[in-house]
Write a protein that binds this ligand. Structure first.
Ligand code: GTP
Ligand code: MG
Length: 467
């Protein structure tokens, strides 16, 4: 689909705008020029008020081949006062999927009147909102990120994105760069006129240095979107019966996996999201205990565990306090002493002296302290795994900022050569202007002034139908 054509298209589109499945209430949204006429033709007894407001209506629809009237609250939004920027009616209806589908079918039914709607494609409402100037590209990206969010970190990132902070910084830099470009171009266009003073090479170098610093700070102070995709993985490692599964349950605060005195009770990798302190989120992984494999299945289990340890962000090496073993600590491994409730005073003192957390899955001793220690480890390691204050930077914004930065560096180097040559014009101003224009284009992408059609296509395709 060409996304510009979505903006100019005013044909009415309709979709269920609430999540799939049964709920107390569901929403059907119809947008486009003929929306009000389409709705009117499907109402029983009432006239639709075509001014902003809410109204009780009855829709004539067909459910299981039987004509029925469905009670609904109709929210009328006129033209630019709506999310989409076109006449819109949203129906609040009993959230039965069959009824919601029947309402959509009635609004699309050509036999019910002179006007009808067509079913919206994925993201089409938001695409129209963007193209009608009702939604900034960052806000659209934020909606897409919210829809696909699988963790608190991604939801927080979506919230950050909605603030549009990155776009604002880029817009300010773009504004400044426009001024610089105007001066450079003035030097080209009016070089034969003495009263037009173009920017000096030394001023150009200084201004571009400041702008480059702004962009570098923006790149440094943001969270790359890609890093939100993967939560840190904390894997439980240790001999069979060390108490890994019990610790797994204790950290989660519920009995998620089987723990038993029979050695080798865990046979597979079990992964669960775990919310630590201050919003930090990780994936906790329970694994089979380490042992000498006696058969083919055990060999496979050991292979699975080895692979998981390699890819884990952090390993918790579980050792019963009573085992009096040596701790194994490293940059990505910490020792957790388990079954503290079974230890005598001497064993406990020995474990504490060796460092690491002392815990009991039975009494809960040390579990909350372990959560705090893991939170600190995650923070110290620089892994994301949770809400951060730094604004999120989308991958394409990062690429555009890098492009802007390198184009500005080229312009700066050329200007610097002019300074070194001690005279203006050692480098053709046209070349400097071309680099500055390129930088400006790239900044425009981040500021949301310029968006390629393929970017729009990729963005709105990530939306669901009804958004
Ligand atoms: N008293 C006491 N017993 C515990 C504690 N943690 C685990 N156990 C017991 O130790 C036995 C083994 O616990 P699991 O959690 O299944 O050990 P595991 O390391 O997952 O064992 P595998 O899956 O076989 O590798 C079970 O009988 C648990 O009830 C604890 O903190 N205190
Ligand atoms: Mg286990």
């Amino acid at each position: 689909m060409r996304w510009e054509s979505v903006a100019t298209s005013t044909d009415a589109i309709v979709a269920i705008a609430s999540p799939p499945g049964c709920a107390a209430r569901g929403i059907v949204r119809v947008s486009g020029d003929a929306s009000f006429a389409i709705v009117q033709e499907r109402l029983a007894h009432t006239t639709l008020r075509t001014t902003r407001g809410v109204q009780s209506v009855r829709l004539r629809v067909c459910v299981a081949h039987v004509e029925v009237e469905v009670a609904a609250l109709a929210l009328v939004m006129v033209g630019r006062a709506s999310f989409v920027g076109q006449d819109t009616v949203e129906f609040l209806i009993a959230g039965n999927p069959a009824i919601l589908t029947a309402v959509v079918a009635a609004l699309c039914d050509r036999k019910r009147g002179a006007h009808w709607a067509r079913r919206a494609t994925a993201g089409e409402f938001s695409a129209r909102a963007f193209l009608n100037g009702r939604l900034a590209i960052d806000e659209a990206e934020a909606i897409a990120l919210s829809i696909s969010a699988e963790s608190n970190a991604q939801l927080a990132a979506a919230r950050q994105l909605r603030t549009g902070r990155v776009g604002q910084v880029a817009a300010t830099a773009a504004q400044e760069l426009t001024g610089v470009l105007a001066l450079v171009e003035a030097g080209i266009d009016f070089s034969d006129q003495e009263d037009v003073v173009a920017i000096t090479a030394i001023d150009l170098v200084t201004t571009l240095d400041v702008l480059a610093q702004t962009l570098a700070a923006l790149l440094d102070g943001t969270t790359p979107e890609e890093s939100l995709q993967a939560l840190p993985v904390i894997a439980l490692r240790g001999a069979t019966n060390a108490g890994k599964s019990s610790l797994f349950n204790a950290l989660l605060g519920r009995q998620r996996v089987v723990a038993s005195e029979q050695a080798g009770s865990t046979r597979d990798a079990i992964v669960e999201p775990l919310l630590l302190h201050r919003g930090r989120e990780v994936l906790l992984m329970d694994l089979p205990g380490i042992e000498e494999p006696q058969h083919a299945l055990a060999e496979q289990m050991q292979e699975l565990a080895r692979h998981a340890f390699q890819s884990a962000t952090l390993q918790l090496h579980c050792v019963p306090v009573t085992a009096q073993a040596h701790p194994e600590n490293g940059p990505r491994m910490i020792t957790i002493w388990t079954k503290a409730d079974r230890a005598d005073a001497a064993q406990r003192a020995a474990a504490m002296a060796q460092g690491g957390s002392v815990t009991s899955a039975i009494t809960g001793e040390g579990i909350d302290e372990l959560r705090e220690s893991l939170t600190l480890q995650i923070d110290a390691g620089g892994w994301i795994g949770g809400a951060r204050d730094a604004p999120v930077l989308l991958a394409r914004h990062r690429a555009a900022l890098a492009d802007a930065h390198s184009a500005m560096q080229r312009a700066r180097s050329a200007a610097h050569r002019c300074v070194e040559a001690g005279r203006r014009g050692a480098e053709p101003a046209e070349l400097i202007a071309t680099d500055l224009r390129e930088a400006l284009d790239a900044l425009g992408i981040v500021a949301g002034h310029r968006t390629a059609d393929d970017v729009l296509g990729a963005l709105f395709a990530r939306f669901c139908i009804g958004k």
